[in-house]
Ligand binder design. Sequence first.
Ligand SMILES: NC(=O)N[C@@H](CC(=O)O)C(=O)O
Ligand SMILES: [Zn+2]
Ligand SMILES: [Zn+2]
Length: 349
Amino acid sequence: MNSLTIRKPDDWHLHLRDGAMLAGVLPYSAGHFARAIIMPNLVPPVVTVADAAAYRNRIEMALPPGSAFQPLMTLYLTEATKPADVEAGFRDGVVTAVKLYPAGATTNSQSGVRDIEKVLPVLEKMAAIGMPLCVHGEVTDPAVDIFDREAVFIERVLDPLLRRIPELRVVMEHLTTRDGVDYATAGGDNLAATITTHHLIINRNAILAGGIRPHYYCLPVAKREEHRLALRKAATSGDRRFFLGTDSAPHLDALKECACGCAGIFSSINTLSCLAHVFEEEGALDRLEAFVSLNGPAFYRLPANEDRITLVRSTEAIHFPASVETGDGPVTVFDPMFPIHWTVANEAN
Ligand SMILES: NC(=O)N[C@@H](CC(=O)O)C(=O)O
Ligand SMILES: [Zn+2]
Ligand SMILES: [Zn+2]
């Protein structure tokens, strides 16, 4: 197959940041995706509905002229979040979901949740109104090995939570393990999971074999090959519980290439090209549309996009820049370490 036309994709997990970085990276998402769930881990975080409305406005102002890209906003859950604010934001269509960061688990998560008991009233309200909770599923217990933090989170936090509030609608964000795939697969209709492009492509060797490669470091950290294979199987299965969340998370190169580099991989520019490669490799190009364009809207109870995009396979490898310039400095682009032959033909803004 040399060309594939599908409904326009959405990105169900995206970091756009703010200011010059926002202006620098937004056009890449707006060109390929109709909508995206916008992560709220700014400094300071997006905690109130008023913060989310103001941030949405800044994103809309930074869009290329004529772009129809729609940012779907999230609230950063803290122990001070008020159920009534969350409910009002959801009912008014300002916020689509709430994001749970265990405090200390990832970039800008210091204001996140330490004690899940303290946020139960918010989660109960969300269950009652059908509002999704997006979860960064890693424990922060320093005694737990970083490669085990997702599996332990499921056992210690997520499973007890879902037993307590069975109606809560949960998206397990950026799955990285077979354990996560198994848990999502065994769950009910209220449980779904996003998978990133890079976790379908790299395993942990990419970060550490032959030297430390900070541009492959993200959280949750990539795991062993068996986990990557489980993620590939889930993503290419067509199973409606799994959908794309790129977790494209730009950081300035200077902040990644240092003694204590930040976690995050910037992939919005070549994500669809990389995914077409992965799905082709798995003999599953006919299921790419389910993963990038259908399963996400179905879970979020939104219509699938009516616009279409066409992906084209060329014989020559396509050149992507090694990094993109932002007003704040360069940001390295995810390198899948294979030649890319697929591109989006009808790039829109
Ligand atoms: N994925 C990452 O490695 N980093 C994300 C945070 C997150 O999604 O956990 C970021 O904001 O940089
Ligand atoms: Zn995360
Ligand atoms: Zn993220």
